[in-house]
Design a protein around this ligand. Structure first.
Ligand code: COA
Length: 277
C-alpha cells in the first residue's frame, strides 16, 4: 500500500485534476493521490466511468469533483477546470492522461483516424495545460504528462500514437522551459505494460501476457498501483527540483525495443485479415 511508504499527508490540501481519470492507469494515479490526502477532479467522456471513478476515490477519503468533458473540446476542458476550482479550490497538480489507441498498419489509418488520436492525446493535453495554467501559476503547481514508449521507440502499427506521444513529451519540455519561471514543474511518466487496462487490451496484452513478459526485463507487467506510486513521487514535494524529466515506469521494457511486439501484432493482424504476415 502506498501509505506504507509515503506519508498519508504527502498531498494533503492539494487539488489534483486528471483528464481521463475515470478508469485505468489514470484512475490508479488518482487513487494514489487520494490515499495521500489530495482532493481529486476527474473529467472524461462518459458519465458512467466518472461515477465509478468517483466511488473508488471517495472510498479512499477524497473529496471528488467530476465533469463530463472530451479533451478534444477546449471550451469543455476550460469549463471543467473552472468548475473544479469552484468545487475543490485551485489546481495544484494537473495530470494529462486522456488517450486513445488502436493498432493499425500506417497505410490503413485514415486521415481522420490519425487526427483522432493526435487530437485526443496531443491537442487534448495542450487544452488541459492551457486551461489549467492560471490556477497552476497561482499555486506554483505541476503537470504530469502521461506519455508512452512509442514516443521514443517506433512500434509498428502505432504511427499515430508515436506521433502523438512524441509531441506530448516535447510539449512537456517546452512548458517546463517556459513555465519554470512561474514555479510550475512539468514531467512525463511512461507507463510500460500494465495489467487490466484498456491500453493493454488494445495492444494485445490481455490475450498474450507472455509477449509483454518476454519484452520486459523485470519479466512481468506492472500492477496499476505501481504507476500511481511513481506518479505520486513526481507530483509531490519529494520531486521539487525535478522538471523537464521523463520517468519510465516500465520494468525496463524500453531497453528491449519493439521487435517482439511488431512480429506478434503482424501475426495477429494477418490472422484477422488472411493476408500473409
Ligand atoms: N483501424 C483503423 N482505423 C481505425 C481503427 C482501427 N482499428 N479504429 C478507429 N479507427 C478510425 C476510424 O475508422 C475513424 O476514421 P474513419 O471515419 O476515417 O474510418 C477514426 O479512427 C475515428 O474513429 P471513431 O470511432 O469515430 O472515433 P472515436 O472518437 O469514437 O474513438 C478512438 C476514438 C478511435 C481512439 C477509440 O479507440 C477510443 O475511443 N479510444 C479511447 C480509449 C482508449 O483507446 N484507451 C486506451 C488508451 S492507451
Amino acid at each position: 500500500m502506498i501509505t506504507d511508504h509515503f506519508s498519508p499527508d504527502l498531498l494533503k490540501g492539494r487539488t489534483a485534476f486528471i483528464t481521463g481519470g475515470g478508469s485505468g492507469v489514470n484512475l490508479a494515479i488518482g487513487k494514489a493521490f487520494a490515499a495521500l490526502g489530495a482532493r481529486i477532479g476527474i473529467c472524461g467522456r462518459t458519465r458512467e466511468r466518472l461515477e465509478s471513478g468517483r466511488i473508488a476515490l471517495e472510498a479512499l477519503g477524497a473529496e471528488v469533483f467530476t465533469a463530463v468533458a472530451d479533451v478534444r473540446d477546449a471550451e469543455a476542458v476550460q469549463a471543467a477546470l473552472d468548475a473544479c476550482r469552484l468545487a475543490l479550490g485551485p489546481v495544484d497538480i494537473l495530470v494529462c492522461g486522456a488517450a486513445g489507441n488502436f493498432v493499425a498498419p500506417a497505410e490503413a489509418i485514415s486521415a481522420k483516424g490519425f487526427r483522432t488520436v493526435v487530437e485526443i492525446d496531443l491537442l487534448g493535453t495542450f487544452h488541459a495545460t492551457r486551461a489549467a495554467f492560471p490556477q497552476l501559476r497561482e499555486t506554483r503547481g505541476n503537470i504530469l504528462f502521461v506519455s508512452g514508449g512509442q514516443s521514443f521507440v517506433p512500434f509498428a502499427f502505432q504511427a499515430h500514437v508515436g506521433a502523438a506521444k512524441a509531441g506530448i513529451d516535447n510539449l512537456m519540455r517546452n512548458l517546463a522551459l517556459e513555465w519554470g519561471r512561474y514555479g510550475i514543474r512539468c514531467n512525463s511518466i511512461v507507463p510500460g505494460p500494465v495489467k487490466d487496462t484498456e491500453g493493454m487490451k488494445r495492444l494485445g496484452g490481455q490475450e498474450d501476457p507472455d509477449l509483454w513478459r518476454a519484452m520486459t526485463p523485470l519479466g512481468r507487467m506492472a500492477e496499476q498501483e505501481e504507476i500511481g506510486q511513481a506518479a505520486a513521487f513526481l507530483v509531490s514535494p519529494l520531486a521539487s527540483y525535478v522538471s523537464g524529466a521523463r520517468l519510465c515506469v516500465d520494468g525496463g521494457q524500453n531497453l528491449t525495443g519493439s521487435t517482439l511486439f511488431n512480429a506478434a501484432i503482424a501475426r495477429a493482424l494477418a490472422a484477422e485479415t488472411g493476408d500473409p504476415a
